[in-house]
Design a protein around this ligand. Structure first.
Ligand code: MG
Length: 710
């Protein structure tokens, strides 16, 4: 190694360190802003701010403790949990600290492949600016900030490393980059199983390139073979062994003449092992997208599809799309021009197309895709800025003036590029998923419950409940299709009697279902199975029978209802899932539930917004054009000892709607008779539990927990 290349290498490492530090320090802005907010902290550390993170945290926690329960859905074999476990084992920090800071550290690794690519293209300065921008650009920051503990922290890092090794493979034709590419694909798939679409895009692009420009060059087909071996439908370890073997063969030049056989073998094995299956599944799911899910069992029950509540983003405004990728519309447009210029000069930069293309999908398929385009666009604008500054420098005869002007352009340009992104970060004050008060309740619940017990709640709270209380849940961030949401929605929106009985049934049937599928027996949808087991053919008849004295399955564990205040605002959505006639798929009469915490009071009327007005003198409520009578007017509040008190006034026994003023929460509710009698309103809002069915366990203003007595 000569002195010159030694200097360059030191510079590469130095630039990487600078960019990494910058990326990390910028992420500390959030920590600085919320340092005093105690409600965001638990166990002496900030809590995470993404719901899904609690899933990986549960897996890592179970790996650390060495115990987990059968059928608990804990991801103990998944990469994010395994990596977290490993870090928690070797690092001297608390588990809570590790999961909180992991995204900011791992996400900042993106600067490494960016600077390495630039190094290979002999434009380190461009690489530094690109790394600074990519590491903090709006959408990349949002999903790798402190506390955003999810797969995102490496989902962009891996493919940019892939671009790096592909660029080096193209430019050096050295076999070691084939191996690196293959290993990166395996690591990427291990970390993020959905990575196959991007892997396919890279393979397709290389195939196209090889067919158009390099038909006679075996190297590109060796590369394709290696990629196919890495993408096969085999366990990661088997694929690692396979690609290392293939690499050792490829390295022997005497085997070069068998390149075509190798490719043929790779293609055959790829299809035989099911390597194409994920893409095929994806295509099928695009074709069959329905509003109602029909269960595949004897009754063909109809369930509300979750796709309906997660509104497809549809068209997003171009300015938002551009800002999320580059921080500003102008930056984005210029960066696309810069990228084209860069491709024109360095054709290998075409290897950035899969990432850029996936980013552009955001224009059709939702904002979450923008993140993929970030690093490529960062390259584009950095390249353009340095090209422009070099060109300007050449316009000056005096070298000193030229140098000065060049530096000025670079510095001012860089600041202008970074500024909108930093501004975004300062304004992006994301709260933690739960507040300290809520987590303390879950922690208390953990001490009361057994690990085999079930906690019933809406799916949004599934992962955090499992992480903090270490119980089982019926639904969670991954398990929330219409058929499993249905019974939980039904429990929360129906009477305490129906709720408690269905809870016992659903929990026992869920456990039986797991056992059956483990024994390779076919499993029917629980609601359908219950209907048939009770000798009925109509699921509605079965649900009605919950009011009668039916024999329930024997109790194998305890069941708790976790009812948080925060569910109030999504209660209409919760209700939607059981507001369908499961036999016909037709919607039932919509239950009425209205919530307002912004209202205007006057002597004659209380305006709750959205056209709902209480006419004080007439004792009626106007809902749009309709005027309805009031049955109950209930006021709730808490004493100093945090005990609920309520004042109930029967306004009109024939009234259609009831009104509840939750003083402590500054919230008004307007509900119909069915909603008033729902277990959630009865148990959470009014603490009116029927001792035959429920027993209070924790009663706090933020959350109320009841034990099912069935
Ligand atoms: Mg557990």
């Amino acid at each position: 190694m000569n002195m010159n290349s030694w200097h360059v290498n030191v510079k590469v490492v130095f630039y990487i360190l600078i960019a990494f530090l910058f990326s990390f320090v910028v992420r500390l802005i959030w920590v600085y802003q919320f340092g005093e907010i105690e409600s965001f902290k638990f166990a002496g550390q900030f809590m995470i701010n993404t719901n899904d993170g609690y899933y990986w945290a549960e897996g890592a926690r179970d790996l650390l403790s060495g115990v987990h329960q059968k059928f608990d859905l804990s991801p103990i074999d998944q990469a994010p949990s395994l990596l977290t476990y490993l870090l928690a084992k070797i690092l001297p920090f608390s588990f809570e600290t590790i999961i909180f800071y992991m995204p900011s550290i791992l996400g900042s690794l993106i600067v490494i492949p960016i600077i390495l690519i630039a190094h290979n293209l002999k434009m380190l300065d461009v690489g530094l600016l690109a790394a600074l921008l990519a590491s903090i650009a709006v959408s990349y920051y949002n999903r790798t900030m402190v506390g955003y503990y999810d797969t995102d922290m490496l989902t962009i890092v891996f493919p940019v490393f892939l671009v790096w090794s592909l660029i080096l493979a193209f430019r050096t034709k050295e076999e070691k980059y084939l191996l690196l590419t293959a290993l990166e694909i395996i690591a990427y798939r291990w970390w993020y199983p959905q990575s196959y679409s991007l892997e396919f895009a890279f393979a397709g692009l290389i195939l196209l390139y090889a067919l158009v420009y390099e038909r006679k060059n075996g190297f590109y087909f060796q590369l394709l073979s290696m990629m196919l071996f890495a993408m096969m439908g085999l366990p990661s370890l088997a694929r690692i062994v396979l690609v290392v073997l293939v690499y050792l063969i490829i390295k022997q030049k005497k085997f070069f003449k068998y390149t075509w056989y190798l490719l043929g073998l790779a293609i055959i094995l790829f299809f035989v092992t099911g390597g194409f299956a994920p893409i095929w599944g994806q295509l099928k799911s695009f074709v069959f997208k329905d509003a109602i899910d029909v269960s595949r069992d004897a009754l063909s029950l109809h369930f509300f599809s979750v796709n309906q509540t997660i509104r497809e983003a549809g068209q997003i405004p171009f300015s938002i799309f551009a800002e999320r990728i580059s921080g500003h519309t102008i930056t984005f447009i210029v960066s696309v021009i810069g990228y084209l210029l860069m491709v024109w000069r360095y054709r290998v930069m075409l290897l950035g197309l899969p990432l850029l293309g996936l980013g552009f999908l955001a224009l059709f398929g939702g904002l979450r895709f923008t993140i993929y385009a970030v690093p490529i666009c960062a390259f584009g604008i950095a390249y353009l800025l340095f090209t422009l500054s070099a060109y300007t420098q050449g316009l000056f005869d005096n070298p000193k003036t030229g140098q000065l002007i060049k530096s000025l352009i670079v510095i001012l340009g860089s600041l202008a590029i970074l500024y909108p992104n930093i501004l975004h970060i300062i304004g992006y004050r994301v709260p933690t998923v739960f507040t300290k008060a809520e987590v303390e309740i879950l922690d208390k619940l953990k001490k009361i419950t057994n690990r085999e017990d079930y906690v019933v709640s809406w799916w949004d709270y599934g992962y955090p409940i499992r992480y903090y209380s270490d119980t089982k849940t019926l639904i969670d961030g991954a398990k929330h299709s219409g058929d499993v949401n249905f019974p939980v929605s039904y429990m929360l929106t129906n009477t305490e009697e129906r709720a408690s009985k269905l809870a016992r049934l659903e929990v026992e049937y869920t456990e039986q279902g797991f056992a059956k599928s483990e024994a390779n027996q076919s499993v029917m949808n629980n609601t359908a199975q219950m209907t048939l087991d009770y000798g009925l053919k109509d699921a509605n008849d079965f649900l009605e029978s919950l009011d009668t004295n039916i024999t329930l399955p024997s109790k194998t564990r305890d069941i708790y209802f976790y009812l948080p205040f925060r569910m109030l605002s999504i209660f209409p959505t919760v209700a939607q899932f059981s507001n369908v006639d499961v036999m016909s798929g037709k919607p039932m009469r919509e239950p009425f539930f209205f919530q307002s915490s912004r209202f205007q009071d006057s002597p004659t009327a209380l305006n709750l917004g959205q056209g709902v007005v209480l006419e004080k003198n007439r004792g009626t409520i106007k809902i749009g054009q309709q005027e309805v009578t009031i049955k109950y007017f209930i006021t709730t509040g808490y004493t100093k000892e945090k005990k609920l008190f309520k004042e109930e006034k029967l306004v009109n026994p024939q009234g259609q709607m009831s009104m509840i003023y939750m003083q402590a929460y500054n919230t008004f509710l307007v509900v119909d008779e069915a909603m008033l009698n729902s277990s959630y309103i009865q148990l959470f809002v009014l603490e009116r539990y029927d001792e035959r069915f429920f027993e209070p366990v924790i009663l706090e203003p933020a959350v109320k927990v009841y034990k099912v007595k069935m």
